[in-house]
Write a protein that binds this ligand. Sequence first.
Ligand code: IPE
Ligand code: MG
Length: 228
Amino acid sequence: MDGNGRWAKKRSLNRIRGHREGAESVRDIVRACREIGIEVLTLYAFSTENWQRPKQEILALMKLLKDFLRSELSEMMENDIRLNAIGQVGRFPGDVLKVLRGVMDKTQENSGMLLNLALSYGGRDEIVMAAGRIAAEVRAGQLEPKEITEKVFSNYLYTQGMPDPDLLIRTSGEMRVSNFLLWQIAYAEIYVTKTLWPDFRREELSRILHDYEKRERRFGTTGEQVKK
Ligand code: IPE
Ligand code: MG
């Protein structure tokens, strides 16, 4: 979800206003995905690198997150949406964490869609964390090095048990991955749109999904093999 700052700048507004409008896009996209029947939606809301932003901006983002979680709980319940967070959530302030954990607990039996928020998330950080946990288990004699397959490794990531993403959408035209789900996007289809996140709404999502449907996913095989 990129481009909130630029959206605000274009209108001579404070960056925080861009984040606020971006939260409206989150509401619209979450609703649309649920209606379409998307099983897992992961939103990159705050990266490990975002901690380097000005303190005021971080505080405003925390407040927005808290307000979002509070205001959306009833709708998540109505629409059978389960909330989960991936990342070093322990770095978040206690009050935010409390609301986050509360919403995760209350929605944990919901099964219509999984809404995954990447919070204080970094792909490299996640891989290093997984490697550390695996090393500890090997040292404790609970795991043999030869047992470490791709499937086993992925169980040590924040996304354990979740399917790899089929489609990665990046807004604001930036042609980079920015440390997002590095392991999981190995075969994801990528779509970059110039639209700034606050302007990204369901109409464009649906156009992108139609584009995605036309793609041939070969996973390293040949086009002929896929058609069989
Ligand atoms: C994305 O918008 C929101 C977060 C990272 C929280 P940006 O704040 O990165 O917007 P730009 O890149 O400055 O336009
Ligand atoms: Mg940005």
